[in-house]
Design a protein around this ligand. Structure first.
Ligand SMILES: Cc1ncc(C[n+]2csc(CCOP(=O)(O)OP(=O)(O)O)c2C)c(N)n1
Ligand SMILES: [Mg+2]
Length: 286
C-alpha cells in the first residue's frame, strides 16, 4: 500500500473526482453519469494507492497497466488522471469536444496514460489477455494488468471467449474488476439479461473470485492486495457499487446511464457533494 494518503484523504479525492465528473458532463452536454460516479472510489484507489505508475512518465516500462473495457465510463478515468497529474484539470472541460484528447470513449493514441481504446463493449479482457501473453513471452513478472469491466458488458459473448483463454493460460497477472452496479443502458441488468449467479459463472470458468463493496476504498485496496497474492489463476474482483453514487437523485437509477446533468441538476449535485466533503472532513477530526 502507498502510505502517502490516508483513507480519509482518498475519500476526499474521490469526492473531488465526482464533482469534476458532474462539471465535465454538464459542460459537454452529453455523456454518462451513473457508471463514472459509481466508479470514483475504485479509480481513486487505483490511481492514488494501488497502481505502480508515474504521471510524469506515462510510458514508464515498469508501470502497471489499467485497461478500461467499459469505455463509456471514461470520465472517471480522465478526472482521476487529471487529479494524479497526467494533465491540467482545466482540460477536463474539453470532454467530447472536436479535436479534444478527451473523447467520449477513450482513444489510446490521443492521450498519454490511456492504455487502450474502448467503447465497443467486450474487448478489454481480450486486450488484457494479449498483453499478459506478451509479458509472459518477455519473461516480465513484476507488472500487473488491471481491467475494469461493466456488468451489463458481460452480455457480450466475446467476454467469455477471453475468460476461457485467460483460464487456459493461467494468466494470473490479470486482475479484472467488474463494476457490479446492476444497471446497464436501458434497464436493470437482471431484467435485461440475468447475470446471476455471477460469482459462480466466473469460478466455473476457472477464475479466482473476490467480492467486495466497490464504494469502500479501504476494502477495495485490501481486495486488490488479496488478488495479487493469488498466483495460479486469473482473478475477478466483483465490486458492488451504487450507480450515480454521491448524487441522491441519480443513485440506483438506470436512466442516468447515458445522460448528463443539466445546469440546474449540476448545481444541486455539486451542493450535495460539497456537503459530503464536509462530512468526510469532520470524520477525520473525530
Ligand atoms: C458492442 C456494444 N454493444 C452495445 C453497446 C451500447 N452500450 C453502451 S453502454 C451499454 C450498457 C453497458 O452496461 P454496463 O457495462 O453495465 O454499463 P453501466 O450502465 O453500468 O455504466 C451498452 C449496451 C456498445 N457500446 N458496444
Ligand atoms: Mg452496469
Amino acid at each position: 500500500m502507498n502510505t502517502k494518503y490516508s483513507i480519509n484523504d482518498l475519500e476526499l479525492i474521490a469526492n473531488d473526482i465526482r464533482e469534476n465528473i458532474i462539471r465535465m458532463l454538464e459542460h459537454a452536454g452529453s455523456g454518462h453519469s451513473a457508471g463514472p460516479l459509481g466508479l470514483a472510489d475504485i479509480f481513486t484507489a487505483l490511481y492514488f494507492d494501488i497502481l505502480k505508475h508515474d504521471p510524469k512518465n506515462p510510458d514508464w516500462n515498469d508501470r502497471d497497466i489499467l485497461l478500461l473495457s467499459n469505455g463509456h465510463c471514461v470520465p472517471v478515468r480522465y478526472a482521476a488522471m487529471a487529479k494524479a497529474g497526467y494533465f491540467p484539470e482545466k482540460e477536463l472541460m474539453t470532454l467530447r469536444k472536436f479535436g479534444s484528447r478527451l473523447q467520449g470513449h477513450p482513444e489510446r493514441q490521443r492521450l498519454p496514460g490511456l492504455e487502450n481504446t474502448s467503447g465497443p463493449l467486450g474487448c478489454g479482457l481480450s486486450q488484457a489477455a494479449g498483453m499478459a501473453l506478451a509479458m509472459r513471452m518477455d519473461k516480465i513478472t513484476h507488472r500487473w494488468i488491471y481491467v475494469v469491466m461493466g456488468d451489463g458488458e458481460q452480455d457480450e459473448g466475446n467476454v467469455w471467449e477471453a475468460t476461457m483463454l485467460c483460464n487456459k493460460y493461467k494468466l494470473s497477472n490479470i486482475i479484472a474488476i467488474t463494476d457490479r452496479n446492476n444497471i446497464q443502458i436501458d434497464g436493470n441488468t437482471e431484467s435485461v439479461m440475468p447475470l446471476e449467479n455471477l460469482k459462480n459463472k466466473w469460478e466455473s470458468f476457472g477464475w479466482h473470485v473476490i467480492e467486495v463493496n466497490g464504494n469502500d476504498i479501504e476494502a477495495f485496496i485490501d481486495a486488490c492486495a488479496m488478488a495479487r497474492a493469488i498466483t495460479e489463476k486469473p482473478i475477478m474482483i466483483i465490486a458492488h457499487t451504487i450507480p450515480g453514487k454521491g448524487v441522491d437523485f441519480m443513485e440506483y437509477d438506470y436512466t442516468w446511464h447515458g445522460k448528463p446533468p443539466n445546469h440546474e441538476q449540476e448545481i444541486k449535485a455539486l451542493k450535495e457533494l460539497r456537503t459530503l466533503a464536509g462530512k468526510i472532513r469532520s470524520e477525520a477530526h473525530d
